[in-house]
Design a protein around this ligand. Structure first.
Ligand SMILES: [Mg+2]
Length: 365
């Protein structure tokens, strides 16, 4: 089964809950999403999606993906669907985020052709769903507490508190959230915003509080040096871009990693890193840097096929944004993300919601 047509769309996806505020003054208002449709010579469709989070979250930006899309589309024409990851890597060095939607679309097509939901190709479902978390952006403590209470009332039992600025202010935000939602499980995510000294100060001031520390500093070296100072569980996110990063983290006693599908380059490398991380004994979160229904479905399938004993949590990005690009995801009652039941990703895509294609390769063949 070979690829006969590649069509690329662009969808802007504003955040439903207002600006997303990270350490370092980073603010984003929504996702700028590349949506890819593959059609095979057997007439099977496959869909994929990728959106970086602005320009300052990862070494990725939407314009880069749209610039790479015609080059990758041309290379994929005539390529075996099963070999898409290899074709992408042979065409463009690096730029994993630019490849992610194409790789995802190939997996969707393979699942549809096989008549199986994607998780059956990725290890099989273990359990019914994956715990969802929501992020509490950096703000005044009262505002953070109010947002935490709102999310808890909406069924989310796991919350990510954004930190990574002034350690004293971050401590106040954490204490306010803990007081507002004492039964929630908390992660404090600095998004690499702290110097090691800031992180040690925060750790000392909050030693008695229950939370998991996430990505305190920017570099792998800083985070691994900090590991000895943190008795509590510590996970890395932005530092995990390759399999080698995951192995290095495991060797240093890091408890868990977050694999972002776009950051590593699609479902193919995500699966490799996920399975290695599980074998190394780490907790694993599979999520992504942005997107709506198509991308959320990919997170749902990868997450549910991660062994439940090693599965941490994920996100329901389709509920973060004001627009949809398909239907098929079950309700997230109880703060759980369940995978669609259909074949492949299991999403019926709203083609009309995507507007005119920004690129179309093979349309006349
Ligand atoms: Mg994170």
């Amino acid at each position: 089964m070979r690829i006969a047509r590649v069509t690329c769309f662009r969808q802007l996806q504003p955040f439903a809950d207002g600006p997303y505020v990270l350490s370092g003054g980073r603010v984003d208002l929504g996702f700028d999403s590349l949506v890819v449709r593959l059609v095979t010579d057997a007439g099977v469709e496959g869909w994929g999606e990728m959106s970086p989070l602005g320009t300052m979250y990862d070494p990725a930006f939407a314009e880069g993906a749209f610039a790479a899309a015609p080059i990758l589309s041309a290379a994929l024409l005539g390529s075996p669907v099963a070999a898409v990851a290899r074709t992408l890597d042979a065409t463009l060095k690096g730029h994993p985020y630019a490849k992610s939607a194409f790789d995802m679309a190939a997996w969707d097509a393979l699942g549809r052709a096989a008549g199986l939901p994607l998780h059956d190709l990725l290890g099989g479902a273990d359990g019914q769903g994956t715990t969802l978390y929501r992020s509490i952006g950096r703000a005044e403590p009262e505002a953070m507490a109010a947002k935490a209470a709102e999310y808890r009332a909406r069924g989310y039992r796991r919350l990510q508190v954004k930190v990574g600025g002034d350690p004293g202010a971050d401590e106040a935000g954490l204490r306010a959230v803990l007081a507002a939602v004492p039964d929630a499980q908390l992660y404090c995510d600095a998004n690499g915003g702290w110097q090691t000294g800031d992180a040690r100060r925060f750790l000392a001031a909050t030693a008695a509080l229950p939370y998991v520390l996430e990505q305190p500093c920017a570099t792998m070296r800083e985070n691994l040096l900090l590991r000895a100072h943190a008795a509590r569980p510590m996970v890395l996110d932005e530092s995990i871009a390759t399999l080698a990063d995951a192995v290095e983290a495991a060797d240093a006693g890091i408890d868990g990693i977050t694999i972002k599908i776009a950051r590593v380059g699609g479902i193919t490398p995500t699966r490799v890193i996920r399975d290695a991380a599980v074998a190394l004994g780490m907790m694993v979160t599979v999520e992504d840097t942005g997107g709506a229904d198509i991308d959320t479905a990919a997170m749902a399938h990868l997450s549910i096929s991660t062994p439940s004993a090693r599965r941490a949590h994920t996100v329901d990005f389709h509920h973060w944004v004001t627009v949809a690009n398909g239907v098929g995801l079950p309700d997230t009652d109880g703060g759980m993300l369940r995978p669609p039941r259909g074949h492949g990703l299991g999403i019926d895509v709203f083609v009309d919601a995507l507007g005119d294609p920004v690129h179309d390769e093979g349309a006349s063949s």
